[in-house]
Design a protein. Structure first.
Ligand code: SF4
Length: 422
């Protein structure tokens, strides 16, 4: 939103008010009226906006607008004042039309410097902590959405087909899949463009064997030499599928461990997180030759300094090849955002305030500790992890001495935080 608004304002200044600007995306779907309130935004699309955009492009962008489903626009009100208004919603692309109505990526139209996709960079860890391996890079989806509804997650808000104010991401959970043939064609395209480092962005790739099995088997059969990563839940990892993942080039699995304390974790994952032994799951994945990036969140509503310490202790014990550590944010569209608004919890007063690593970051306070305490703990915990000798030894052993030095250089960068007086 920060970049998109800056661009929209600059375009309006340069091209005048006749230029129509339309916003789409998960934040827009979460808070369409707030986005429409910006002077530089003329139209918003609800949910993924595929059919609304088609109809918008066929329209005169004028008196057709009240008849296009799935958009919000500005009516002319009294004395010519613009009045933001939402039309009736439009459906998302149904499963049976995925290959037809979302027919693929125009990779060749993306800007590049010398060769396609060389302006895109993989995560540092995905490239095995080597900056040279980060480009060219591409990320694709083979499915959209997730069947679960965790409190802190907003990803399903782009499936929204109900504009009522109380609606959050957990009300439109569900998955849609492209066919394995479609996925095969896209993989072929990026392979021909020279991409090796590839992210499978699906929110929940490692869930349904019926879908992931043909996709991965195709990668094995075609001999694409990809270095890939995918998401999984701790409780959806299947030991007997890991060999196929590894043979297909999935060298990393991203796991949402979230919290060390089971009660804290259960509360935010709506009980859908079946109790499994996280330690066993990590061992099983590593035994298959796959690295783990584990994700942790500090500052859930029930967290205090003791439970956050438990989360850090678990992270240090698991000592996975990479760890993400987030301060808890009530992201717009998530159930947590609705809960925070209902309870009057303090929310950030700017878009930057929602950014995990920004100077302005303002995480949620918990029932027991302040927003500043959450942020201070999170930043301290991150330093503990990335300066831990056992972790640095692991990086050196698995990836090399240069890679260890790269990690040490990264960890030398201290984040500045307004909330902490920087
Ligand atoms: S956090 Fe993961 S499992 Fe939970 S709703 Fe989001 S994508 Fe699904």
């Amino acid at each position: 939103m920060i970049g998109a608004l800056a661009l929209a304002k600059a375009l309006k200044e340069d091209r005048g008010s006749k230029l129509k600007i339309c916003f789409v995306g998960s934040h827009v779907s979460a808070l369409p009226m707030e986005v429409l309130a910006h002077d530089c935004v003329d139209i918003v699309l609800l949910n993924e906006g595929v059919y609304a955009l088609h109809n918008l492009l066929k329209s005169n962008l004028g008196d057709d607008l009240p008849h296009i489903r799935g958009i919000g626009f500005k009516k002319h009100g009294p004395a010519g004042f613009p009045v933001p208004t939402l039309n009736a919603p439009q459906c998302v692309v149904p499963q049976e039309r995925m290959d037809e109505d979302l027919p693929g990526y125009a990779w060749d139209l993306l800007p590049y410097r010398e060769k396609p996709l060389d302006l895109y960079r993989a995560h540092f860890w995905h490239a095995e902590f080597s900056h040279e391996k980060r480009t060219p890079f591409a990320a694709i989806y083979t499915s959209l959405g997730c069947n679960f509804g965790c409190d802190f997650c907003m990803i399903n808000i782009v499936n929204r087909t109900d504009s009522a104010e109380h609606v959050d991401a957990s009300h439109s959970r569900g998955m849609r899949f492209w066919s394995p043939e479609w996925v095969g064609r896209e993989l072929e395209k990026v392979a021909v463009l020279g991409v090796r480092t590839l992210r499978i962005s699906d929110e929940m790739f490692f869930l349904n064997r019926k879908y992931y099995q043909p996709v991965l088997q195709n990668v094995v059969d075609r001999g694409f030499d990809f270095n890939m990563w995918t998401y999984s839940r701790v409780d959806t990892v299947r030991r007997d599928a890991l060999d196929l993942f590894k043979r297909a080039g999935v060298n990393w699995l991203a796991l949402g461990v979230e919290a060390g304390n089971q009660l804290v974790r259960q509360e935010v994952s709506k009980g859908s997180f079946k109790e499994v032994n996280i330690r066993d799951v990590c061992r099983t994945i590593n035994d298959a030759g796959i690295n783990i990036i584990s994700n942790y969140i500090f500052g859930f509503p029930d967290d205090d300094l003791t439970t956050m310490r438990q989360t850090l202790d678990l992270a240090l014990e698991l000592n996975t090849e990479m760890a993400n550590m987030y301060p808890c944010q009530a992201l717009p569209g998530s159930p947590m955002h609705q809960i925070a608004r209902k309870n009057g919890w303090k929310l950030p007063d700017s878009y930057e305030g929602y950014a995990f690593l920004s100077y302005e970051s303002q995480p949620l306070p918990t029932k027991h500790v302040s927003s500043a305490e959450v942020l201070r703990f999170r930043d301290w915990a991150w330093q503990q992890y990335f300066s831990n000798p056992a972790y640095l030894d692991l990086v050196e052993r698995k990836f090399g001495i240069e890679e260890r030095k790269n990690v040490e250089s990264m960890a030398a960068i201290r984040l500045k935080r307004k909330l902490l007086g920087d």
